[in-house]
Design a protein. Structure first.
Length: 318
């Protein structure tokens, strides 16, 4: 006799505003993120627990996201891939660093069982909370055959981790995918695909190697009018922990002042990997000829930070 395996969706909770709570519901802007574990979050959203399994990975404001939490999350996603009773994974996350986490999950895929991230801009007990709708859409999307390996659902739009950016602080529809456009939409709970996801083609370590490694120290510096490069030198000075990489959010298509170039050339000669991105919201950094002071990346700074970590981890000696 065969026992039928009931397939479930695994929800991995990390915190964020979707799990946030306001002391006073008449003043929902004053709230703490990451207050509810998944059991309470689901109870407050009115979503039935039927065919769901809940696992709290962390309960943080995503400004406090760190590589140890990323490793725990990647490990949980990996374990779920090998379980016959799990069909798909939904991750609840704060909006502030969702871009980095979604990119990391995407880069370390593709996963056979899809991963859908979701979030909210209003706390769970706001009278107009957007979390329950987003979570419901994420669960419905996760149960739809043929969806991308990793996607992000927010305000009925489904974003590609290669493209999305948080661009608003004041609306439920906080993300945009720029000129590339969204992967699709959730319309009344139905998935309406628009375009395929972009692949990550950069170097990366095997998952087991990533989980066993120390995350490299990579800092992100912004070039601006009046930049002297002192911040670059300060980050790589005696008494600081070793610096492995630098992401430069350069002006325009990758320009920095002469002083800034000199500082970057110096740290690069001392072994620091320097990737040059752009501080412009859309478009990419690009160089017409090689530079002594850095390598252009097509990724924006948040994604470049994760991609550089993966590149450094992929070349680490065993
Ligand atoms: C967070 O990122 O955890 C807080 C902000 C949000 O989720 O919108």
């Amino acid at each position: 006799m065969h026992t039928k395996i009931i397939q479930k969706t695994l929800i991995l909770g990390t915190g964020g505003t979707i799990a946030g709570w306001a002391q006073d519901t008449s003043n929902p802007e004053k709230y703490e993120a990451g207050q509810l574990g998944l059991t309470n979050l689901l109870a407050s959203s009115g979503i039935s627990l039927n065919q769901l399994e809940l696992q709290d990975i962390a309960q943080i404001d995503s400004k406090n996201m760190v590589p140890t939490v990323w490793k725990k999350l990647l490990n949980a996603v990996e374990q779920a891939q090998n379980r016959p009773d799990i069909q798909a994974i939904v991750v609840t996350h704060g909006t502030d660093t969702l871009e980095e986490t979604a990119f990391l999950l995407h880069a370390m895929g593709p996963w056979i069982k899809p991963v859908v991230l979701t979030c909210a801009m209003q706390p769970a007990n706001s009278l107009t909370a957007d979390g329950p709708g987003n979570l419901r859409d994420a669960l419905l999307l996760a149960q739809t055959p043929g969806i991308p390996s990793v996607s992000v659902v927010c305000a009925q739009r489904v974003h590609d981790p290669m493209c999305l950016q948080k661009i608003r602080t004041d609306q439920d529809d906080a993300f945009d995918s720029g000129p590339s456009g969204v992967l699709g939409r959730m319309h009344q709970g139905q998935w309406q695909p628009a375009k395929p996801a972009k692949a990550f083609t950069g170097p990366k370590p095997a998952l087991a190697a990533l989980l066993a490694s120390d995350w490299p120290r990579i800092e992100w510096v912004v070039h601006h009018a009046g930049s002297t490069g002192q911040v670059v030198r300060a980050l790589h000075s005696p008494g600081q922990p070793p610096l492995h990489g630098l992401i430069v959010a350069a002006t325009g298509a990758g320009s920095v002042s002469r002083e800034f170039e000199d500082a970057l050339t110096q740290v690069r000669q001392e072994g620091v990997a320097v990737w040059v991105s752009s501080r412009c919201v859309w478009g990419q950094a690009h160089f017409h000829e090689p530079k002594t002071w850095g390598e252009a990346t097509t990724l924006n700074p948040a994604k470049a930070l994760v991609a550089l970590a993966l590149a450094l981890l992929s070349t680490e000696k065993a």
